[in-house]
Design a protein around this ligand. Structure first.
Ligand code: NDP
Length: 292
């Protein structure tokens, strides 16, 4: 069997087009332009690329983008003061603080100082609690993108066995919550899991969010399973720099029913979902119906 390739790039471009249509309507009918503020502290090269892409795509869908680049030595007090100003600014509907923050800053404190209604990354403790209890929340962008692709491929996820490898607060745990809310039977695996191979082989849906290049080989994949590869790993092979996922794509694609490639799978969906969350935040802030 050769797996269907889930084209995250095309999917994301569709999501962005839908967001852009809603934004046009919001402007015309309600005189509103959603605004996203992105805060970057320090000069981490990967973060700078992400922030640039976010800004570009925000403007492309017709939203306002506000970038705040602060020096690495910025004090916690100054960062919290900026967030407080953004919380109070009616033109800003979404606030994202790019992680990781420099070591002297307390990420939990900073994230929890964002107004939960503007927390478009869904990392604020209130949103984590709302998601865990099945209430209306802001859903973290990467798992939301994975869920959208899974729903599109399967229709209903009810009763499927889902294995999420990785238990981080930004990917693994919220992914598991979303799959549970969609009535999957969910297993969360991590670095202490015994016999990970056989745990993975039980999965109808296998989500890999580990950060280890190609650690999941094809013979850990159940025939016909759907594989969502969240991993983004930069490696050097045959003298060339390359991006690979957490799954060994070639061997997994021979066994799986469907698979996301790296690059071009989960990655593009993350920013698309960030834009969708900003649109949702804007609609909620103004008491307007939320886009589907
Ligand atoms: P973290 O490092 O925060 O978490 C990694 C998880 O993997 C941990 O729970 C860890 O377990 C688990 N793990 C590590 N080694 C093993 C192992 N040998 N066997 C089983 N589990 C293991 O990573 P993130 O969740 O932040 O990111 C995961 C990957 O996803 C990375 O490659 C990252 O670049 C990528 N990513 C991609 C995004 C996108 O937009 N596509 C967005 C965010 C992340 P333990 O808890 O026991 O240590």
């Amino acid at each position: 069997m050769t797996a269907k390739v889930i084209d995250g790039k095309a999917f994301a471009s569709n999501v962005r087009a839908q967001v852009a249509t809603h934004v046009t309507r919001l402007k015309e009918v309600n005189g509103l332009t959603p605004g996203l503020a992105v805060v970057l502290v320090g000069e981490d090269p990967a973060s700078e690329v992400y922030v640039r892409n976010k800004g570009k795509q925000t403007v492309e869908v017709g939203m306002n983008s506000y970038e705040h680049k602060l020096p690495a030595e910025t004090s916690e007090e100054d960062l919290l003061a900026l967030i407080s100003r953004l919380n109070a600014d009616p033109a800003v509907h979404g606030i994202l603080v790019q992680l990781p923050l420099p070591g002297h800053l307390d990420s939990d404190l900073v994230i929890n100082s964002i107004d939960p209604a503007k927390d478009v990354d869904g990392f604020h403790i209130s949103n984590v609690g709302l998601l865990g209890t099945g209430q209306k929340s802001m859903v973290p962008c990467t798992p939301l993108g994975c869920l959208m692709m899974l729903r599109d491929h399967h229709g209903s996820l009810s009763g499927l066995n889902a294995v999420v490898v990785g238990r981080s607060n930004i990917v693994g745990k919220p992914m598991a919550q979303l799959l549970l809310a969609d009535s999957c039977t969910v297993t969360i695996a991590h670095s202490r899991t015994k016999d990970l191979a056989s745990v993975c082989r039980g999965a109808d849906i296998l989500v890999a969010a580990v950060g280890r290049p190609e650690m999941i080989p094809g013979d850990w994949v159940k025939p016909g399973a759907t594989v969502i590869d969240v991993g983004i790993n930069r490696i050097e092979r045959d003298g060339k720099k390359k991006l690979v996922g957490d799954v060994e794509y070639g061997s997994a694609a021979e066994v799986a029913g469907a698979i996301t490639p790296v690059p071009g799978g989960v990655g593009p969906m993350t920013i698309a979902c960030l834009l969708a969350n900003t649109l949702t935040a804007c609609c909620r802030a103004h008491g307007l119906p939320e886009p589907e």
